[in-house]
Design a protein around this ligand. Structure first.
Ligand code: SAM
Length: 426
């Protein structure tokens, strides 16, 4: 299937099937691509076509790959099909803007993981939106989800925790919040700081009022109900924020329209889930799982700063704010965004107790400043993982990353899968 389109390019001026097969086999060898199932045939134009069930890509793609290190990459046919859950009028876990979310890559990631790894437990220790942990729960019995942001932790509790909540009660609380006329509300901490900047002033008043009210009524809510309400507020404000998708800055506008509506998240309970809000390097010393998935930040973008309003709204201790973007004193600053990232990654890998370590890596962030370039290189990752076991590296070429955005033309996603040596598993 995959070589069909460009097979004639390879076969230019050649008629022999044998020659074609020889040339193909040398390319596959060069890129260390496994192929157990290649079939050849002539099409109606007389071109030789080649069908392969393990590789996604054309020979043209393979020729056009330019690798500047001695790393070799495998491609995989995506036979795992992720299908997003939907429910009208509810937010799903993927319904949010989050830098580095792997939502669009789930079919590719799980095509690899389900083929390369086995076991019962899966830990997502830089879980971000939680979408990878959510998908893993369809294959693995025991799930661990961790991220050191307060807002992400609250979201995992809201979606994943398998504890009781009263559906009717939540619906009536949300309906009552939506019926409030924000014009009659007094200004509050949220509107004072973020009104007419990140939100219209009326919307900011309503968001601040709702958050205060959830806190005041905390004792009348179960832990699950509390987190469903806070989680729903986080997803709802993301939908209307006057930003490009994160809170590092707001868009300067003469006026911002009122558009806030509180919509509920759709819980996705997981039977056996452990949720943490810890530094991944510390957590690594106390957990173990068959598969540990690692997706840290690789450049200087600090998530706690980019999502400071979500953090503020979740913690709700109303700190003093600074600067144009109204950020609090810094907290949860990641070493993975600093110059010591490489040694932190090495420490993490050393301490992990797992049968398989799966690491995502990409080069998505375009920055003019050198300090913002990736803090860890592909070679660094490979060399660090070498100490733990044998590693395969998978690559998803830009041709298959359909963002429709020319800025992403050189986007490459990589997945490292290390089968940990028996003596390095604990
Ligand atoms: C690239 S994002 C993960 C995206 C996630 N895989 C998804 O699909 O949504 C990296 C995450 O790591 C978290 N993070 C950064 N440093 C951390 C640390 N030292 N410990 C725990 N989490 C950390 C950030 O808050 C961020 O959510």
């Amino acid at each position: 299937m995959s070589f069909k389109k460009h097979s004639s390019i390879l076969n230019k001026n050649k008629t022999s099937l044998l020659q074609f097969q020889e040339e193909l086999s040398s390319i596959l060898q060069k890129y260390k691509i496994t192929n157990k199932n290649i079939k050849y045939s002539h099409n109606s134009n007389g071109d030789i076509q080649c069908f392969c069930c393990e590789i996604q890509g054309t020979l043209f793609d393979l020729y056009s790959q330019k690798h500047n290190s001695d790393l070799s990459y495998e491609k995989i046919y995506e036979d795992y099909k992720y299908s997003p859950r939907t429910r009208e009028n509810y937010f799903q876990i993927y319904s949010r803007r989050y830098i580095g979310s792997k939502h669009k890559l789930l079919s590719w990631i799980f095509s690899i993981i389900t083929k390369e790894c086995s076991g019962n437990s899966f830990a997502d220790i830089f879980a971000g939106t939680g979408i990878v942990a959510a998908e893993a729960s369809k294959t693995y019995k025991k799930i661990i989800a961790n991220d050191f942001l307060y807002s992400n932790y609250a979201i995992y509790k809201a979606f994943f925790e398998n504890t009781e909540y009263n559906y009717v009660k939540i619906k009536s609380i949300i309906d009552s919040y939506n019926s409030i006329n924000s014009q009659y509300l007094a200004d509050n901490y949220f509107s004072h700081n973020f009104g007419n900047k990140f939100f219209s002033n009326n919307d900011a008043k309503k968001i601040g009022f709702i958050r205060d009210n959830i806190e005041t009524n905390k004792l009348n809510l179960t832990d699950k109900e509390y987190h469903i309400l806070v989680g729903s507020l986080i997803y709802s404000i993301d939908k209307i924020a006057n930003t490009v998708g994160h809170f590092d800055a707001y868009i300067k506008k003469a006026s911002i329209k009122d558009s806030f509506l509180l919509k509920q998240i759709d819980p996705f309970p997981i039977d056996d889930i452990s949720i943490y809000r810890q530094d991944a390097n510390l957590l690594a010393r106390s957990i173990s799982a068959d598969v540990v998935y690692i997706d840290p930040p690789y450049n200087s973008r600090q998530y706690s700063r980019f999502y400071h309003i979500l953090e503020n709204l979740t913690k709700w201790d109303k700190p003093k704010l600074y600067g144009v973007a109204l950020k609090p004193e810094s907290e949860n600053m990641s070493d993975y965004c600093r110059t010591n990232a490489k040694s932190k990654f090495a420490e993490l890998i050393r301490d992990l107790q797992a049968k398989y370590i799966v690491v995502s890596y990409n080069n998505t962030y375009k920055s003019k400043s050198n300090s913002s370039k990736n803090k860890i290189s592909l070679d660094d990752i490979k060399n660090i993982l070498k100490n733990k076991g044998s590693t395969k590296i998978f690559e998803k070429g830009y041709r298959y990353f359909t963002t429709g955005n020319t800025d992403f033309q050189n986007h490459k996603e990589y997945l490292f899968v290390t089968k940990v040596q028996n003596d390095k598993r604990s």
